[in-house]
Ligand binder design. Structure first.
Ligand SMILES: *Cc1c(COP(=O)(O)O)cnc(C)c1O
Length: 316
């Protein structure tokens, strides 16, 4: 099936399960920039981030046999919570592999959504090896955080909904970690309106995808020191890298200061709680990485921020 058709099919599949999140605007920002900015508020998605879309699209397509055996994933962030919640909704057992040193609150949040957490010592083994072992021993199906076409198609529904609602955009700004959200949104945006430019946004200190995009060779940045924890993935994937090269028009980076300024702006001016990774698109505008013109779409990808991080940002 053509890729855009997969996004449309995903939109049907998640209907009635995922929220159609609101699109918001800021008069202040429009006056500041002379552009018209439309925010797609995935901080209001179920479990607080767009990851619900991909997880639901992927897990609802498993065979009955796969559903019975359960699924496994590795992540300590939003993808883990998405898989856990979708598992509860669809009656699928979920196992989340997390390093023993993951924050207790992340572990508890994932367990609260109904997943079992399996810890491992990151000095002794890798999460991929633990997953492979559990796949082999129990027949669990791996649901990866971004590098799967059904995950990509699900994430793309965020841009599809945005364009369904606002109809025309000159440019769409999308945060980029492993590139699932970016490639899905690019496929959707080009399918809806081929003239819409799609720009991926990364932290400057985690610029692997920007380098990969410009050189055509896969670059890796391990454990980048960015506050945007949803984009700390080391590189694009086998599925997402070719899609980013084919469908995305550009990549831009933002400083840590611009990210924090964006989180502050969203809270104070728009009363929106957005996590640092979710604020990358606005950071690109506030930090002048992107000069906004015409009708600009921004995906606010998630809102899961703890009090200590928010306080640190507001005090900065
Ligand atoms: C996962 C995540 C991202 C990055 O998405 P990828 O598909 O890995 O590029 C950005 N923002 C938030 C809030 C996330 O949870």
């Amino acid at each position: 099936m053509e890729l855009f058709e997969l996004v449309k099919a995903a939109q049907k599949r998640i209907e009635g399960h995922a929220h159609v999140t609101p699109v918001m605007t800021s008069r202040t920002l429009n006056d500041m920039t002379g552009a018209q900015v439309f925010f797609k508020c995935e901080n209001f998605q179920r479990m607080g981030a767009f990851k619900f879309r991909g997880a639901f699209n992927a897990m609802s397509q498993l065979t009955e046999e796969q559903k019975k055996r359960g699924v496994i994933t590795y992540s300590s962030g939003n993808h883990a919570q998405a898989v856990a919640l979708v598992g509860r909704l669809l009656g699928i057992r979920t196992v989340v592999v997390m390093p023993d040193n993951a924050p207790v609150i992340k572990r508890e949040a994932t367990e609260a959504y109904g997943a079992s957490v399996v810890g491992y010592n990151p000095d002794e083994t890798t999460r991929e090896d633990i997953c492979r072992d559990l796949e082999n021993r129990h027949g669990h199906t791996l649901v990866p955080p971004y590098d799967h076409i059904n995950i990509v198609a699900g994430q793309g529904t965020a841009a599809k909904e945005l364009l369904d609602e606002v109809e025309k955009l000159d440019v769409l700004l999308v945060p980029c970690g492993g590139g699932g959200l970016l490639s899905g949104c690019a496929v959707a945006a080009k399918g809806m309106q081929s003239t819409c430019r799609v720009i991926g946004i990364e932290p400057e200190v985690a610029d692997d995808a920007t380098k990969s995009f410009h050189t055509g060779k896969l670059h890796t940045v391990k454990n980048p020191p960015t506050i945007a924890d949803g984009t700390r993935t080391p590189s694009l994937g086998n599925v997402t890298f070719p899609l980013v090269l084919e469908y995305v028009d550009g990549m831009k980076t933002v400083t840590e200061k611009a990210i924090m300024d964006a989180v502050k702006f969203l809270l104070y001016r728009m009363k929106l709680v957005v996590e640092p990774s979710g604020a990358l698109g606005l950071a690109a505008i506030l930090g002048s990485s992107v000069k906004p013109k015409g009708r600009v779409g921004i995906v606010l990808s998630g809102g899961n921020i703890d009090a200590a991080t928010m306080k640190m940002i507001l005090d900065s």
